[in-house]
Design a protein around this ligand. Structure first.
Ligand code: TMP
Ligand code: ASP
Length: 240
């Protein structure tokens, strides 16, 4: 599939048009940003690792009945996907207290929640993705109530699948962010599932195996992502 014009430039990915107006190419770059782009770096092999990780995890959730935008793998950095209209609502599922939840309510990080918490953030770089209630999303026309209900239900299903997946690799899934897109009158899971948008803590040690290593200057993110790749795929990333 030939790459057409760049349609959208994200902080770590680029979306290209294709000859088929219903399909796009998702290109994973090596860039990492944090704090809404304030901190930036190029992380060796991150694009390839996140591309492979997204394919693997989207297929895991598809096997559990969650529809996604993924059509095919084109190469080690590019996926062919359905062109969707992204819902400007980021769904965060949390199994433990960490990150902005800890900060907002003055709670220490690390306590496990008795059941998963679902939060909605408005997808807006200009506004720094503010937290919002369901009513705000509906009142401001960002999503319909039945769409929010669907996204919540699907996100909780994804949480079950991913928690089990990471747990089998001796990793606790603390939280993660999902985005959904409108397609043919319904919604599908879109974007990526990677350690950029998840918190992954090694069981027992609590060692962070996610983008917090970069956000908080805890070490070399490239080494962390290569280790995560080895755990998921059972071998080192080719050429490393
Ligand atoms: P938070 O604790 O900063 O709200 O983040 C919750 C989860 O969402 C965490 O796993 C990282 C992910 N996330 C993104 O994917 N994109 C973002 O812009 C932010 C702020 C968080
Ligand atoms: N995704 C945001 C950024 O790239 C925030 C974050 O992940 O910390 O700046």
């Amino acid at each position: 599939m030939e790459r057409g014009d760049a349609l959208y430039e994200g902080k770590a990915k680029r979306v290209y048009a294709t000859a088929d107006p219903k399909k796009v190419i998702l290109h994973f770059r090596d860039d990492a940003t944090a704090f809404n782009g304030v901190k930036k770096a190029s992380i060796e092999d991150k694009g390839r690792i996140n591309c492979a990780m997204t394919v693997h995890l989207l297929r895991e959730v598809e096997a559990a009945g969650v529809k996604t935008h993924l059509i095919d793998v084109l190469n080690d950095r590019e996926l062919l996907c359905w062109k969707v209209d992204i819902v400007p609502v980021e769904v965060v599922v949390r199994n433990a207290i960490a990150g902005s939840l800890a900060k907002r309510y003055g709670k220490p990080e690390g306590a496990w929640l008795p059941w998963p918490l679902v939060e909605y953030f408005h997808k807006s770089d200009e506004l720094n993705d503010p937290l919002m209630t369901e009513d705000i999303a509906v009142l401001f026309g960002w999503a319909e109530r039945r769409e929010l209900a669907w996204m919540k239900e699907q996100s909780l299903k994804v949480n079950e699948v991913l928690r089990g997946f990471w747990s089998r690799l001796d990793i606790d899934l603390v939280d993660f962010k999902l985005e959904f897109g409108r397609l043919d009158g319904g919604l599908v899971l879109a974007d990526e599932i990677t350690a950029d948008g998840s918190r992954l803590w090694e069981k027992g040690t609590g060692r962070k195996l996610d983008k917090d290593v970069f956000r908080r200057d805890l070490g070399d993110l490239s080494d962390t992502y290569r280790e995560l790749y080895r755990r998921v795929f059972g071998h080192a990333l080719e050429g490393t």
